[in-house]
Write a protein that binds this ligand. Structure first.
Ligand code: PMP
Length: 323
């Protein structure tokens, strides 16, 4: 935990896990002035513990902070906060296949007042939890539900920030997806010919015939995933062309039906890379729910997870040792 006011941080400390005491008028409770990050720490074969591109998470936290009128946090302080927490008890970091310690840094406005304005007192904390293999061993394509009733973000909104409010607004769409037998919801940009934005907690990629990758461009309403940017790099390293551009629901439908789109996958810190099987658009089903994961999807997944777990050389210097 650390307390801050206008970007001056003090009182950094490790505390036992437990409830946070807060004034009932703390502005985070009323106006949702809150941002967070998510990273994983993996135990490598020699017992050391490493995380993946934490400076990218620190930079994103600071972009979110700017949008939510919260103070900046020094990138080194961010990485050091992860290191100190992990070193408190390294035995938390699991070593099973695909297992990791999930790290959740967050910043909340703790100042007590009722008028609507940016708080001057905030608290930055990190909690951690062992995370099992997201798929329980077997990698199964996920079903996706197209949300037409709810948008995740709009122009000038907070879509590019990792703030609690975005997720609060997405929960009803997530429930709708689950009611329709889907694991994740797909958000569209309703103001741009139903352009595909992202899933509830993941970015989306299309593998086109011939091997080219297409992913929605960052319009300011999509979260800039760290997994997304890593995949773009790994794909280019393999000589694959990557296009960041608008892709609509119509192009998705047509591409699956005429074979121009060969694979669709989603990516994020939690699942790393997961194949997308079927897209449910109301009564319409696009794709085959039982299709096996594609070759490009699997190759990128194996490579990225291999780098994260220390089994494949980290040629981009993406890993940072925590313990
Ligand atoms: N989009 C959303 C809405 C997310 O919540 C996440 C998870 N942080 C992502 C994309 C993927 O981001 P990352 O690869 O940094 O985990």
């Amino acid at each position: 935990d650390a307390e801050g006011s206008r970007g001056t941080w003090s009182n950094a400390r490790i505390e036992p896990y437990g409830p946070i005491a807060m004034d009932p008028a703390a502005s985070v409770l009323h106006y949702g002035q809150e941002i967070f990050e998510g990273l994983k720490a993996y135990r490598h074969a020699d017992g050391s513990v490493w995380t993946f591109r934490p400076h990218a998470n620190a930079a994103r936290l600071n972009r979110s902070a700017e949008r939510l009128a919260l103070p900046q946090l020094d990138e080194e302080v961010f990485v050091e906060s992860l290191r100190r927490l992990v070193k408190t008890d390294v035995s938390w970091v699991p070593s099973g296949d695909g297992e990791a310690l999930y790290l959740r840094p967050f910043m909340i406005a703790t100042e007590a007042f009722l008028g609507v304005r940016a708080a001057r007192q905030v608290s930055y904390r990190v909690i951690a939890s062992p995370a099992g293999n997201y798929f329980g061993g077997e990698l199964k394509p996920v079903g996706i539900w197209v949300s037409h009733n709810y948008a995740r973000a709009g122009r000038g909104g907070t879509g590019a920030a990792k703030c609690g409010g975005n997720y609060a607004a997405s929960l009803v769409a997530q429930l709708e997806a689950e009611e329709n037998g889907c694991k994740q919801v797909l958000f569209l940009d309703p103001f741009n010919e139903e352009a595909v934005e992202e899933l509830g907690g993941m970015n989306v990629f299309f593998v086109m015939k011939g091997g080219k990758l297409v992913t929605p461009r960052l319009t300011g309403t999509i979260l800039e995933g760290i997994t997304r940017s890593s995949i773009i790099q790994l794909a280019r390293d393999r000589g694959l062309e990557v296009e960041e551009r608008t892709i609509t629901l119509g192009e998705w439908r047509e591409g699956i039906n005429n074979g121009d789109i060969e694979e669709v996958f989603a990516c994020g810190t939690a699942a790393v890379i997961t194949p997308i099987g079927v897209l449910k658009n109301g009564e319409e089903q696009i794709g085959d729910p039982d299709a096996p994961a594609g070759a490009v999807t699997m190759a990128l997944r194996t490579e990225l997870l291999g780098i994260q777990t220390g089994k494949i050389e980290d040629r981009h210097g993406w890993l940072e040792q925590l313990a």
